[in-house]
Ligand binder design. Sequence first.
Ligand code: FDA
Length: 459
Amino acid sequence: MSPMKPVVIVTPFHESQIQAAIYCSKESGIQIRVRSGGHDYEGLSYVSEIPFAIVDVRNLRSISIDTKNKTAWVETGATLGQLYYTIASKSITLAFTAGVCPTVGVGGHMSGGGYGMMSRRHSIAADHIIDAKLIDADGQILDRKSMGEDLFWAIRGGGGTSFGIVVAFKIELIVIPQTVTVFNVTRTLEQNATQIVHRWQYVADKIDENLLMRLFLRSITSSRNGKRTIGAFFTSLYLGRVDDLLPIMQDKFPELGLVKEDCTEMPWIESVLFFAGFPRNTSLDVLTSTVPLVRPYFKGKSDYVTEPIPEHGLKGIWKFLDEEIVNNAELEFSPYGGRINDYSESEIAFPHRTGNIFMINYVVHWDTPGKKESERHVNWIRKLYNYMAPYVSKSPRTAYINYRDLDIGMNNEGNTSFKQASVWGFKYLKNNFRRLVRVKTEVDPSNFFRNEQSIPPLS
Ligand code: FDA
């Protein structure tokens, strides 16, 4: 909740209106915040401490699919759900690899990477951007050719905001089988969750790349005895048929005890609904909705894990999840490996490649407004984050820029030195941060496009 409201919200229908907003902003000194799907974890697309205007690109959401060349132009005001829906309406064997939540916006998501259920087989969204239309700080409309390879490199994973307003991305679509298999399986502490989660860490990034087993850890009430316990919730997509999946699971991860009855075969587009939590047979039309699926108050943080967390480390996590104040907290373990590692760390600005077993997203939600409630929950997640330090990547302790977290460092309102921004910059972007600063200095030396964690230019 921010006391500061935007001076104006601009919802352009045409690029020229974005150019006009940029000129007006320069003349009036009112900062611009750019909003696509509005899912920024810290609300940086619509919250500011200084007078600001929002350029909300929600009306720029056209999607044109070229099935012959397996490409698409997607405007950044579209959501992921709208993109998936439109692709599926044209072809049953084409898809796109990006995030799970259908109301996430294309603009922010693809600018920061874009991890989803097919990422072990097809890597992340930003790896499939092949052209873009961007309006820079001078109001010029640029494409890949006119912006040059440095800027085009920067907007693929370097995070939203810093380099201009992206109006559209051209993406290459991926080919998928007509039928995929999904499963959700929960194991509690009484069902050896600790040992199974421990074992998962040795399997998740190495198993067949058509399989992505995401793992959510939460405190739950056991259906057997009504007592609180820890639930390890495996939610998975296999790009193939169940009869091919089962032998893989039997061979590599028998500890989970997956059986055919746990699995459901469906077209890929229905799996999008499945992972978004919609009941079976929900109309695909829900994917076109822009009403966020998130609850009002939450705080998130992230980490990367390069060595399996020992069982005693996991037991410490259970203690945190068992605390009474956090009925609505979870850790999401998202496996890496597979095709994510086919790219070098510097191929595009998104740097998290070989060496990562999985990424952790820590999330805590609450419903009641007020400082006390928010402090209680935020303190809890910060304590958990401190506890995790020995078990996650170090020097730097890396984080995912799309899981924005202002705790790891911020820019000043005025100039920010390279040294100061390095504190968060290297965590999100590793060594690519240096090149991003160089590109920023070149294309936006006056730091027109900025927020609390935008790439600063060298002064
Ligand atoms: P928003 O509009 O808030 O923008 C985010 C940032 O990008 C802001 O800094 C904004 O200024 C900038 N920006 C937006 N549009 C721009 C444009 N056109 N040009 C330039 N800059 C622009 N991530 C993931 O990888 N996989 C997942 O499965 C999920 N799932 C998920 C679920 C939920 C419920 C949430 C809240 C978030 C996720 N995310 C995620 C994280 C998500 O990828 C991240 O928050 C994105 O930045 C959101 O993009 P939006 O456009 O929705 O946000």
